[in-house]
Design a protein around this ligand. Structure first.
Ligand code: NOJ
Ligand code: CA
Length: 535
């Protein structure tokens, strides 16, 4: 294990190993200028609330210039700020204000596609002899005029878009408005790495790298085979196995270059949106730990909310991690149903406890700290292009993207006008309401994060499964003499657990016992026991 990764006294762990990362979806965090859309100045105005939560870093989803076909994941200038979100000066101000409070700032880097409005693509599509032609991925039609391969895009439809002007198809893995960038072209590669340097030079603390699995498609490798396990509810893209498009060998080379750039600045982090199976994800650490510091593993999102299934998943993951690899298991983000809806509102605190007590770096999606559940979006308010293209399957992401309900006044204190997506209150009410209620989910989240900070067992310690049944998950976290046992009741009935110790936190409020010999968990209760000697 490289010295910098070793959680012991001589080698302090890196900040990205011990801190909780908080994900901000900027359109929906705080509007500062009354246009109904969140912005950078709005984020800056809420930094004290973020600090009070106890997290150590924020990851901000894209705020770069964009036509917003995919709400910022279609970038038309990698080195700027969209006027909708503010200016570069606003960003510098936000960064300085965050750093002044000890908060790290991670940006979203979107390397695999730009917007079709990016000047590079405008030039690329202008003629076949354009100097930027090869910055994107162009191919001839098949003899019958159909796309070069049968690949289906992530949002449905062909992954190829026909361009009349130059008579070729270009690859577009998501929307047609998101042409795939060609990392095999050295000039494109240099330009993109320079964009990373642009932000690193300004002082950002790292990147979450979007959709990286698609960075090196084997375009001439042929068609995708059908997925034998497909059901229509999975959406059209999953009907094939992406054997040529995803996780191709060249991807690792791209990530290695990104990591080199990142490592040329001190103390930065590189996080990968590495969708895939365990076998797909592990190589993204790199044989020499020279790729992502934190490749996301998303399997919890598709695992039934049952103690045995989740424990088995964690066990498989722990066993698969190579030496020196730091874990990170994803529980929520702006692309999927809210955890409070997936696990059930009654389980929201249990889920939060799991996220914040598993080994590795937790990423907490805005609103999950106060139990936000999915909003119902009226038909005429749907914004997500995925829902528009593939309606009715529940793939739409708007329900998890509604604005932060800060207060109980009009528009939730998020804006002075009707927000871009309807305001939705979580079951326990607005942030302001929860902030003043000691028993609220928000205050539970604050206590939980404070506990995580106070105990090296939680932030750095080992993980050992102690008990697992269909309804109860119990595991130990240990760093030297600091030992905590996490007990999660994933059912709606009381459950006995043979664990003893000092209850230091319960999701159901204060426990009166100074010491428990046999723990009885209330329905949907999470309890953390301190079992350190003398604890
Ligand atoms: C993953 C992002 O999280 C998602 O929001 C986006 O639509 C796709 N990548 C395409 O960039
Ligand atoms: Ca605004």
């Amino acid at each position: 294990m490289p010295a910098s990764h070793r959680p012991d006294r001589q080698n302090a762990p890196a900040w990205w190993q011990t801190e909780v990362i908080y994900q901000i979806y900027p359109r929906s965090f705080q509007d500062s200028n009354g246009d109904g859309i969140g912005d950078l100045a709005g984020i800056e105005s809420r930094l004290d609330e973020i600090v009070a939560l106890g997290v150590g870093a924020i990851w901000i989803s894209p705020f770069f210039p964009s036509p917003m076909a995919d709400f910022g994941y279609d970038v038309s200038d990698y080195c700027g700020v969209d006027p909708m979100f503010g200016t570069l000066a606003d960003f510098d101000s936000l960064l300085a204000a965050a750093h002044a409070r000890g908060l790290k700032v991670i940006l979203d880097f979107v390397p695999c596609h730009s917007s079709d409005q990016h000047p590079w693509f405008v030039e690329s599509r202008a003629s076949r002899s354009s100097s930027k032609r090869d910055w994107y991925i162009w191919r001839d039609a098949r003899p019958d005029g159909s796309p070069p391969t049968n690949w289906i895009g992530e949002f449905g439809g062909s992954a190829w878009t026909w361009d009349d002007t130059t008579g070729q198809y270009y690859l577009s893995v998501f929307l047609s408005e998101q042409p795939a960038l060609n990392w095999a072209n050295p000039d494109l590669r240099t330009a993109m790495l320079d964009a990373m340097r642009f932000w690193l030079d300004r002082g950002v603390d790292g990147f979450r790298v979007d959709a990286i699995i698609f960075a090196a498609p084997d375009v001439d490798g042929g068609d995708h085979p059908p997925n034998p396990d497909w059901t229509p509810a999975m959406g059209p893209a999953r009907s094939q196995l992406q054997t040529r498009l995803a996780h191709q060998p060249g991807v690792f080379d791209v990530v290695r270059d990104m990591r080199r750039v990142t490592d040329s600045y001190p103390d930065r982090v590189l996080i990968g949106e590495t969708s895939g199976t365990l076998n797909d994800v592990m190589p993204y650490y790199g044989a020499d730990m020279d790729l992502f510091h934190l490749p996301f593993y998303f399997a919890m999102l598709s695992t039934p909310w049952q103690a045995d299934a989740l424990s088995a998943l964690v066990a498989r993951y722990e066993a698969a991690l190579p030496d020196g690899a730091w874990p990170t298991l994803v529980l929520g983000n702006h692309d999927i149903s809210r955890i409070a809806s997936r696990a059930g509102v009654a389980q929201a605190r249990v889920a939060l406890t799991l996220l914040l007590t598993l080994r590795g770096t937790p990423v907490l999606y805005q609103g999950d700290e106060m139990g936000m559940d999915n909003a119902t979006i009226p038909h005429n308010r749907v914004q997500d292009p995925w829902e528009r293209r593939v309606p009715g399957l529940g793939l739409g992401r708007d329900p998890a993207r509604t604005p932060m309900p800060w207060t109980d006044i009009d528009h939730g204190g998020f804006s002075t006008t009707e927000p871009w997506l309807p305001l939705h209150l979580p079951p326990e009410g607005s942030f302001a309401r929860q902030a003043t209620d000691p028993g609220s989910m928000l205050n539970y989240a604050r206590r939980l994060i404070a506990l995580r900070r106070a105990h090296s067992a939680l932030s750095q310690g080992t993980y050992r499964q102690i008990h697992v049944g269909p309804d109860v998950m119990v595991f130990e976290r240990r760093a030297g003499t600091n030992r905590l046992v996490v007990c999660l009741n994933m059912s709606a009935t009381a459950q006995g657990v043979s664990a003893s110790g000092v209850p230091v936190l319960s999701s159901c409020g204060n426990r009166v016992e100074a010491f428990v010999r046999k723990l009885v968990l209330a329905p949907n209760e999470a309890v953390i026991l301190d079992v350190s000697p003398g604890g």
